[in-house]
Design a protein around this ligand. Structure first.
Ligand code: ZN
Length: 140
């Protein structure tokens, strides 16, 4: 389940920073590698910080597993992917430069941010071993 971050309540309780740890099912249509699918939920370990102007910085790591046919030799394989996620959220109406996320009514919905972050971490292909990782130009 993807939690929401209730900025208004966090401010009222003076919890200006904290951690969010949860897992969620990634959307299958994010994956564009043939014959490959998500074989685990995405684990998220995020830290948030609410700044004075109510903008919020969220950063942390995401990890998940992919399973399917090696993009090179078609052998069945599985791979652990993990990487950084970072987002900057501004309250609706306070203006943004386009790369930020906005949130309404004092509550941050993490869905779009998580979707973008997972998409960013996805490899262009899945490979089964070092041999298959080697780029073609290294082969004589
Ligand atoms: Zn392979």
């Amino acid at each position: 389940m993807v939690p929401k971050l209730d900025v208004r309540r966090a401010n009222a309780e003076k919890k200006y920073a904290g951690d969010l740890s949860f897992s969620f099912e990634a959307e299958a249509d994010l994956l564009e590698i043939p014959l490959v699918s998500f074989s685990s939920p995405v684990q998220a370990q995020l830290h948030y910080e609410i700044l004075e102007d109510d903008s919020v910085e969220i950063s942390g790591t995401l990890s998940f597993r992919l399973k399917g046919a090696c993009s090179r030799c078609l052998k069945e394989t599985e791979s652990e992917i993990s990487g950084e996620a970072e987002g900057y959220f501004v309250p609706d109406g306070s203006g943004s430069d386009g790369s930020d996320y906005s949130y309404q009514n004092g509550v941050i919905e993490l869905g779009e941010f998580l979707r973008d972050s997972v998409a960013f971490l996805l490899p262009a292909r899945l490979v089964c071993s070092e041999t298959c990782v080697a780029p073609p130009y290294k082969e004589d």
